[in-house]
Design a protein around this ligand. Sequence first.
Ligand code: SIN
Ligand code: FE
Length: 318
Amino acid sequence: MDPSPVNPSTQISSTSRSAAPAPSRALHALGDTRWDEGPSRHLEHLVEAGGVLHFTRMPFVLREPERCFLDPRWSDGHSKNISLRGAGELRGAQGTPDELRALREMIERFATQAQQLVDRLFPQYRGKLRSGNASLRPFEVATRSSSWRKDDTRLHVDAFPSNPMRGVRLLRVFTNVHPGQRPRQWRVGEPFEDFARRFAPRLRQPWPGSARLLRLLRVTKALRTPYDEVMLQLHDLAKADLDYQREAPQAAVDFAPGSTWVVFSDQVLHAVMGGQHMMEQTFYLHPDDQLVPQTSPLRVLERVLGRGLGVPARQRNP
Ligand code: SIN
Ligand code: FE
């Protein structure tokens, strides 16, 4: 079924003077307003093609007593986000037991709605998506970061130094819950394959045995595969290249309060330029469970580099 566009031209504009505009086909404005109701949408092909599915009127509705949680004072001061772990544990927050319970319930409700949404949008993934953390991000987007590597105002694909994905996809649902008018301001970059081809000549082989050593020292939570090594290098190469940041094809996208967007954040080049108060739920998907596994960063990189990247096909039950 085709998505019903809602005047996509109002959502997108070219950013800097010198940057080439990103193809607007990456952004799909959609009119669904309910998380859980409505027909199944079959949008796997759009999101797998690197699309940003933008539900312009899909708010996460806070209950009256929950409105106070849109305030950085609930943060424990150590982490950027307040997160709900898969096992139901709340991290990064401070408050009385009653307050923390209410905060947890709010994030749990978001997680439930995000699950209902992805089940409805992507019937092919039902039973195959694994849910990760959900988070509330109450801070103003920092314009200065402690390090360029952590600076998410620079275009990047998501890849984590300590948490190797081993080929598994990162599908994320975001909602702007700002109580006023403040949009979440993103830049969205070029298609993943163009990005991979551009930086491929600069990729370096890691030191032999480095993955094992990092695991042994518990720097990483699992053994990095060659895929993780390449993804981390691509993340760093893009962020460190200020000419790329300025001149790469890109578009500015404003996500207004009350809107929700869904992307594969390991594939879509993105940067956050401003905003406050957002919720997010992460899902994991094995690339073999995609509609078109060939579109996954793993398979694209294997094609571009002409070698395997150490991720075996998922073992299927006989
Ligand atoms: C990111 O994933 O780079 C951050 C997105 C955001 O905070 O809006
Ligand atoms: Fe990111």
